[in-house]
Ligand binder design. Structure first.
Ligand code: PPS
Length: 300
C-alpha cells in the first residue's frame, strides 16, 4: 500500500524496552493480546526469521510456488509485505499485520514473523501449522541489520558500527538476541516436526536446491519449467529491481541511506569488522553458541 510519508504519524525513532525478557519496540508489541489470540488454520504457513536473515526472499519464493501460476496478477500489483503479512506489525496508518493476515483471501495463508519461538501464538502449534525458519550467520546478519536500522526510521537509531556491534552481542536489538533466536527455534525443531530450518548461506550457494527442499517439505511438485522460472525470478538482481519485492513502496525506509535489497551476499561482514572486532566476536560467539549441532557458515 502506498502511503504519503507526510501523512504518516511517525514519532521520532522509538526506544527499545524489555518485553518478557526480549528487547522490543512498541510497533511489534502493541497488539500483543490480539496476536496471541490469533486463530491459525491448519494450512497456514509461518515464515519466521531473526530480522535480515532472508525473510523476503523465502516469502517471495513461497508466494510464487503457491500462487505464481494461478494468480499471476499478484506479482505485478501486490507488494510482498501485503501478500505475506508481518503478523506483529503495528504501524499507523498502515494496516496492522494482524488485520492483513485475518483478511488474506488466499489458501494457504503465508504469514511472516520475527518473533522468538516463545512468542508465537499458540494456535499455530495447536493446528500443527507448517513453519519455515530461515537463519543467517551472525556476522552478516548484524551487518545487514545495521544498514537496515540506519535507513528504517521505524527502528531505534543504530549509532555507530562499533557500538551497534556491542549491542548486538548483548541482545539489545529489536527482537532481542540473535543467539537466543536461532537457538530457540533450533531447539524447537527437535520436538516439532513441521518446522523446516534453513540457512541463508545455503540459499546463496544453490537457490534451486533449497527450493527443491522447500517443495519436499511443503508437498509441492512444480514442473521443471516452473522451478526454473522461480529460481531465476528470485535471484538478487531480479528481486532488487522488482518494486513488488524490494520494499521501495514503504515510506519509513530511506533508500538514499541504504536500499532494502542491499548486497545479498555471504561474507560482506569482512568489509565491516576490523580484525580485532572479528576476534572478540568469535570469542564471545563460542561462549553463547554451545550446541555443536547448529553450525553456520560465514563464507560459501
Ligand atoms: S527483513 O526486514 O527482516 O524482512 O529483511 P529480510 O528479508 O529478512 O533480509 C534482508 C536481507 O536479505 C537479502 N536478500 C537477498 N539476498 C540474496 N538474494 C535475494 N534474492 C535476496 N532477497 C533479499 C537482502 O539484500 C538483505 O541482506 P543484505 O546483506 O543487507 O543485502
Amino acid at each position: 500500500m502506498s502511503v504519503d510519508p507526510d501523512k504518516m504519524d511517525l514519532p521520532s525513532r522509538p526506544e527499545l524496552f524489555d518485553f518478557h525478557g526480549v528487547s522490543m519496540i512498541h510497533g511489534f508489541t502493541d497488539n500483543w493480546e490480539n496476536i496471541q489470540n490469533f486463530q491459525a488454520r491448519p494450512d497456514d504457513i509461518l515464515i519466521a526469521t531473526y530480522p535480515k536473515a532472508g525473510t523476503t526472499w523465502v516469502s517471495y519464493i513461497l508466494d510464487l510456488l503457491y500462487f505464481g501460476q494461478t494468480a499471476p496478477e499478484r506479482q505485478t500489483s501486490i507488494p510482498v509485505y501485503e501478500r505475506v503479512p508481518f503478523l506483529e506489525m503495528v504501524m499507523p496508518p498502515m494496516y496492522t499485520g494482524l488485520d492483513l493476515a485475518n483478511n488474506l483471501p488466499t489458501s494457504p495463508r503465508l504469514i511472516k514473523t520475527h518473533y522468538p519461538v516463545q512468542f508465537v501464538p499458540k494456535s499455530f502449534w495447536e493446528q500443527n501449522c507448517r513453519m519455515i525458519y530461515v537463519a543467517r550467520n551472525a556476522k552478516d546478519n548484524v551487518v545487514s541489520y545495521f544498514h537496515f536500522d540506519r535507513m528504517n526510521k521505524a527502528h531505534p537509531d543504530p549509532g555507530d558500527w562499533s557500538s551497534y556491534l556491542h549491542r548486538f552481542k548483548e541482545g539489545k536489538m529489536v527482537f532481542g538476541s540473535w543467539y537466543d533466536h536461532v537457538n530457540g527455534w533450533w531447539k524447537k525443531k527437535q520436538t516439532y516436526s513441521n518446522l523446516h530450518y534453513m540457512f541463508f548461506e545455503d540459499m546463496v550457494e544453490d537457490t534451486g536446491r533449497e527450493i527443491e527442499k522447500l517443495c519436499r517439505f511443503l508437498g509441492l511438485s512444480p514442473s521443471v519449467e516452473e522451478k526454473k522460472q522461480i529460481t531465476s525470478g528470485v535471484q538478487f538482481d531480479n528481486m532488487k529491481k522488482n518494486d513488488m519485492a524490494n520494499y521501495s513502496t514503504v515510506p519509513v525506509m530511506d533508500f538514499k541511506v541504504s536500499p532494502f535489497m542491499r548486497k545479498g551476499k555471504v561474507g560482506d561482514w569482512k568489509n565491516h569488522f576490523t580484525v580485532a572486532q572479528s576476534e572478540e566476536f568469535d570469542e564471545d560467539y563460542k561462549k553463547k553458541m554451545t550446541d555443536p549441532t547448529l553450525q553456520f557458515r560465514t563464507v560459501v
